[in-house]
Design a protein around this ligand. Structure first.
Ligand code: NAD
Length: 447
């Protein structure tokens, strides 16, 4: 087929390369001139493991243009532009509307427009009424939400758990499903609004699991239980599953925060108060604040204290710093008067990482530079470099009281304490604090 893709971000570029690799002639529209220039030189403009090599192997079947209006005639046009949060949690559909408007004005009759961007339930039908029907050229609309994960996007594209296609006309849905047939994934064909809802319900349930295990971890700290063992025991039940039971400082990134807020907003807009989801969002917000509160206690205040934040991307394997817990914690600490130095192995040189930190927090080029003279270290992203760091050397480079907050429970707490650190984590207590919590608990009546 001749396929067009609008938006060459994490989703759009992976989809475009994947479709070119499957033998389709693929044209990509990217509005950002810097990204477009990189792509025309054959470079992936962001960090995604394996994508550059994959692009190199299929570059001959791909073309890059500056707007959706400049795409050549296509059988299917995928829309993969950004859908960020508006100020009240609603989805900002500006990029989506612009892209659909451009496609509707220029696509040849019969083109199928497939929405890969995450848009709130009901959006597709509204886009059809507002842009596709008035164009009068028999343009069909299909909802085709994407489930890939940054950092694992290439593998996720090639091995999807499922392909979801929501269409009003079976022919249009079939044409989009055809693009994925060779991947052998289970296919769910449904109506447009249900397909949109599958994406939100999935992300909301994953976020719920994260906030749930974080609340269990917080209670573990109070009763002297160990979250690693608790999560392992819970995950042994196949009805519950072992995924997404990793306690920590909460979810971030370009999807979960905005998608949970958007679903909460959509429910409210339709007259329903989604209490459970509201709590999930609030628990996630507070989980980050707990780090700041702990450090405030441990350091006897934050003003003038020196703190290193390790990890600015929202998870390992990506340079994406959107709604990253590490960035937010760095900003909160700096706002409370701490001198913050932040380091990330991949986001370390990006312009974006410099800007998102804000005043009072400085990015460093190495881990050693970030921790030198620091009184506390926060591990905000579980990069392998942090797991494998020479923590004895880090302790020597730091100043008293040598506090470490392991926000991802990725270090050996006992080993950290034996190196002289005061070790905090989420739902885990080691050494003296564990004994103290158990003793305190034993002294209380059993309700
Ligand atoms: N990032 C993920 O892991 C992920 C996973 C699943 C779904 N999604 C959803 O996919 C969508 C895209 O996410 P992303 O992370 O790839 O976004 P992104 O911000 O990385 O990429 C979007 C790209 O679209 C370009 N763009 C915007 N308007 C354009 C237009 N009119 N013409 C041409 N280019 C245009 C932007 O310049 C940008 O490069 C979002 O709705 C997101 O929620 C993302």
């Amino acid at each position: 087929m001749h396929v067009g893709v609008v938006g060459a971000g994490y989703v759009g570029l992976v989809a475009a390369v994947g479709l070119a690799a499957a033998g389709h002639d693929t044209a990509v529209a990217e509005a950002d001139p810097a990204k477009l220039a990189a792509l025309r030189e054959g470079r992936v403009p962001f960090y995604e493991p394996g994508l550059q090599e994959w692009l190199d192997s299929v570059a001959a079947r791909m073309t890059f243009v500056e707007s959706a209006g400049s795409l050549p005639p296509c059988d299917v046009v995928l829309i993969a532009v950004g859908t960020p949060s508006g100020p009240s949690g609603q989805t900002d559909l500006t990029q989506v509307r612009q892209a659909v408007r451009e496609v509707a004005a220029t696509a040849r009759p019969g083109t199928v427009v497939a929405m890969k961007s995450t848009v709130p339930p009901g959006t597709g039908l509204e886009l059809v009424r507002a842009y596709l029907e008035p164009a009068g050229r028999d343009l069909a609309y299909v909802s085709n939400p994407e489930f890939l994960r940054e950092g694992k996007a290439v593998d996720d594209w090639l091995h999807p758990d499922r392909v979801v296609v929501g269409a009003a006309e079976p022919g249009a849905g079939e044409r989009v499903a055809e693009l994925y047939r060779h991947l052998g994934a289970p296919l769910l064909m449904t109506d447009i609004t249900s397909a949109e809802m599958v994406k939100y319900a999935s992300n909301a349930l994953l976020a719920t699991k994260i906030s749930f295990i974080n609340e269990i971890a917080n209670v573990c700290e109070l009763v002297g239980a160990h979250i690693d063992d608790v999560a392992r025991g819970v995950g042994m039940d196949p009805r519950l599953g072992s995924h997404f039971l990793q306690a920590g400082i909460g979810y971030g990134g370009s999807c979960f925060p905005k998608d949970t807020r958007a679903l909460d907003f959509t429910a409210a807009l339709n007259g329903y108060s989604f209490e459970l989801l509201t709590a999930v969002i609030e628990v996630n917000r507070r989980q980050r604040i707990r780090v700041v509160q702990r450090l405030h206690e441990a350091l006897g205040g934050l003003a003038g204290r020196s703190v290193a934040v390790l990890g600015l991307s929202f998870k390992p394997g990506t340079d994406d710093t959107r709604e990253s817990p590490g960035v937010e914690i760095a900003r909160m600490l700096a706002g409370a008067g701490a001198e913050v130095r932040a380091y990330d192995p991949v986001a370390r040189l990006s312009q974006e990482a410099e800007q998102v930190l804000g005043p009072g927090a400085r990015r460093t080029a190495t881990l050693a530079e970030a921790v030198a003279g620091a009184q506390a270290v926060v591990v905000a992203t579980e990069w392998q470099e942090f797991r494998e760091a020479d923590w004895a050397a880090v302790r020597r480079a730091m100043e008293r009281p040598w506090v470490i907050f392991d926000g991802r429970n990725c270090l050996d707490g006992e080993a950290m304490e034996s190196l002289g650190f005061t070790y905090f984590a989420v739902g885990r207590q080691v050494g003296r604090r564990r004994q103290a919590a158990v003793a305190a608990r034993a002294g209380r009546p059993c309700e």
